[in-house]
Design a binder for this molecule. Sequence first.
Ligand code: NAP
Length: 272
Amino acid sequence: MQTHTNTRFTASLVPRVALVTGAATRLGRDIALALAGSGWSVAIHYRNSAEQAQQTLADCMALGAQAHPHARFHSFQADLSDATQCADLAKQVSTHFGSWGALVNSASVFEHDSASSASTDSAALHWHTNTMAPVLLTQALYAHAQQHKACAVAVNMLDQKLWNMNPDFFSYTLSKAALETATTMLAQALAPTMRVVGVAPGLTLTSHMLTDAQFQALHKLSPLGQSSTPQDVAATVLFALSNASITGTTLLVDGGQHLQKFDRDFSLMAST
Ligand SMILES: NC(=O)c1ccc[n+]([C@@H]2O[C@H](COP(=O)([O-])OP(=O)(O)OC[C@H]3O[C@@H](n4cnc5c(N)ncnc54)[C@H](OP(=O)(O)O)[C@@H]3O)[C@@H](O)[C@H]2O)c1
């Protein structure tokens, strides 16, 4: 452990401003809305989905107005595969909000490759966005917290697949496995100033490779008879952000899918 200004993690020293990456659509949007509804101010990050980001911003503002009179919301554009844009994003959030205390790394690339087709290019594509962007943003939040004598929390979105391996989506899986290891190492290195927690959903939202009917059938494949809902995933992120005793571990929210062996990724099971 390093020597820090803070001698212990103190929840009341976490500014209630959260940056959620990939918050324009899908799970990132649900997480942003859950935070807004709980009184957090939210920095809504997007890359290409500008219009959807404005909708998330408007919906957060409406929810936030009821939850907390001083909550603030703003959207920020950045391509997180570019380290310079990661650094700029963190600076813009600091400048706009003055202080921020939480980071939810939800943005992710999910492109298919396999053990035989994985290449340096496909690995790099996933590595920069899924692994290094969360690490760089965590470093920036840590430096910000140190500077302001505050505490902070980062949540990394992982995948139940890491506890239930199959070789599909080879580069995506490698990038998330590295992020899970980074969650442990960052939690060790940045304590007590920062907590770092993983949240691993099961199949929650469909992919472009599935029909609605296929998704509904696959979503039922779990010990509990249904995988995770977006609301349960968002509630777990909120729990991870608020429970001051959790760090360096991952909360699986997947209906128990990690307990059941699947030989293929869900997106490819329908075609086999
Ligand atoms: N959905 C599920 O069922 C599921 C299951 C297990 C784990 N997870 C994890 O949960 C998280 C959220 O899942 P999701 O399905 O909502 O994610 P997603 O739809 O696959 O991606 C979320 C957003 O990531 C952003 N993104 C991708 N590449 C980027 C880049 N280079 N720079 C900046 N942003 C980039 C995109 O933003 P723009 O649209 O603005 O470009 C995209 O909308 C992910 O980390 C995923 O691995 C999801």
